[in-house]
Design a protein around this ligand. Structure first.
Ligand code: ATP
Length: 344
C-alpha cells in the first residue's frame, strides 16, 4: 500500500509546560490542498513550523511518504526535507528581477531556464519577468514568491498566512488561483490561515484548531453541514446556536420540538445550530419571530428575525421578499440537517 504523502501522528509541541500543539493527527495525500484554520494562538503556525523542521516536537511523529522527518529524538534538518515555503512577507530579493528571483534556488540546474519559463507562464508573470519586485503589486509579488517556492519541485508546499497582507477580495481570488496552480502542478500544500473565506477558497480538507487541539479534519462541506463541536459550529459559516433542553427524547427549543439525533441524555441543556439556509418561512408555523432587519443581496435576501427570547437569527430567502422590519413571520427549521451540542 502506498503511504500517505504526509502523516502527522499525535504531534505535540510544548513551550515549557504549555502545549502549543496537543496530540494533533492528520494525513495529506498527493495533490491535496489542505488548510489549518483557527483563531490567533491556536497552534497552527507551530504545527506548520514543526512540519518544516523549525520546531522541535515533544511527542508523536511527522512522516513524509512513510519516512520519518521528526520524532521527539530525531529530526531531519529543514533544508533536507524538500519542502517549499511561502510566508506572509514575500521575502523577495529586491535587487533581482522576477526571473532571477524565481531562478534563485535552481540556477545551477541545467533545465533552469525552461523551469522558470514554465513557472512564469503558470503564474501569469511572463510579461513581468524583467521587472523588479517593487514594480509589482502585492498579489503579483506573492505569485513570484509562489513560483520561487515551486521551482525546486518541493514534495509539499507550506504556506504561512501568505495572503494576509492583501485586501479581502484579492485574498480569496489569489487563494483560488494558487490552488489552481498547485493542482496543475500536482503539488500538495498546507495553508495556515485564520480567514475562513480564504480556507474555503483554497482547501480540499480543512483542519480546525483551538487551544492546540485539532477539533475536526474534514471537507469544507462537512465542516459547514456537520460541525463536530460547538466551537467549530460558531467559527465556520453563518449561523447561531439556540438553547434547548431534552424532554421526553426531544429537544425543546423556541423553534419547536426537534429530534435528538445525537441521543443527548434527558434534561440536559443543548445548543442547536441554526444556519440561515436551514430555516424557511412558513406562515402556518406556530413558531414565530419578528423581522428586525432586511438585507437584499441580489440572488437572495437575508432576514434578521428576533425570536420571543430576543435572540436574533438570520434566514436566507431566495430573491426578494415583501416582509419588512416589524412584520411577524412563522419559521420552520429543517430537521434533516440538525447539529446539536451538549452544554457542559
Ligand atoms: P497566529 O494566527 O496568531 O499566528 P497560531 O495559531 O499560529 O497564531 P502559534 O503561533 O502556533 O499560534 O502559537 C500557539 C501557542 O504557542 C500560543 O499560545 C503562543 O503564545 C505560543 N507560542 C508560540 N511560539 C512560542 C515561543 N517561541 N515561546 C513560547 N510560546 C510560544
Amino acid at each position: 500500500m502506498t503511504p500517505h504523502l504526509l502523516t502527522v501522528d499525535t504531534l505535540s509541541c510544548h513551550y515549557g509546560s504549555h502545549a502549543a500543539v496537543d496530540a494533533v493527527s492528520f494525513v495529506i495525500e498527493k495533490g491535496e490542498a489542505a488548510c489549518l484554520l483557527g483563531p490567533s494562538g491556536c497552534g497552527k503556525t507551530t504545527t506548520l513550523r514543526a512540519i518544516a523542521g523549525f520546531e522541535r516536537i515533544t511527542a508523536g511523529s511527522i512522516l513524509l511518504a512513510g519516512t520519518a522527518l521528526s520524532t521527539p529524538d530525531f529530526q531531519i534538518p529543514p533544508e533536507k526535507r524538500h519542502l517549499g515555503m511561502v510566508f506572509q512577507d514575500y521575502a523577495l530579493f529586491p535587487h533581482l528581477t522576477i526571473r532571477d528571483n524565481i531562478a534563485f534556488g535552481i540556477h545551477k540546474q541545467a533545465n533552469c531556464k525552461a523551469t522558470v519559463d514554465r513557472l512564469l507562464d503558470l503564474t501569469g508573470l511572463t510579461a513581468m519577468a524583467k521587472r523588479y519586485p517593487h514594480e509589482l503589486s502585492g498579489g503579483q509579488q506573492q505569485r513570484v514568491a509562489l513560483a520561487r517556492a515551486l521551482a525546486p519541485e518541493p514534495r509539499l508546499l507550506l504556506l504561512d498566512e501568505p495572503f494576509s497582507n492583501l485586501d479581502a477580495e484579492l485574498r480569496t481570488s489569489l487563494a483560488r488561483e494558487v490552488r489552481d496552480i498547485l493542482q496543475a502542478a500536482q503539488i500538495s500544500a498546507i495553508l495556515v490561515t485564520h480567514d475562513q473565506d480564504e480556507a474555503f477558497s483554497f482547501a480540499d480538507k480543512i483542519g480546525v484548531m483551538h487551544n492546540g487541539k485539532l477539533l475536526q479534519w474534514d471537507t469544507p462541506e462537512n465542516l459547514y453541514d456537520a460541525p463536530a463541536t460547538a466551537f467549530t459550529a460558531r467559527f465556520i459559516g453563518e449561523g447561531c446556536l439556540i438553547p434547548g433542553k431534552v424532554i421526553d427524547g426531544h429537544i425543546k427549543t423556541e423553534l419547536g420540538s426537534l429530534p435528538n439525533p445525537h441521543s443527548h441524555p434527558e434534561n440536559r441543556t443543548i445548543e442547536v445550530l441554526v444556519r440561515p439556509d436551514h430555516l424557511s418561512l412558513e406562515t402556518q408555523s406556530p413558531y414565530k419571530g419578528q423581522v428586525v432587519r432586511r438585507t437584499f443581496q441580489g440572488s437572495h435576501t437575508l432576514l434578521h428575525i428576533a425570536l420571543p427570547s430576543s435572540q436574533v437569527i438570520t434566514v436566507t430567502v431566495p430573491g426578494k421578499t415583501s416582509l419588512n422590519s416589524g412584520d411577524e413571520t412563522g419559521l420552520r427549521l429543517n430537521e434533516e440537517v440538525l447539529s446539536t451540542y451538549l452544554v457542559d
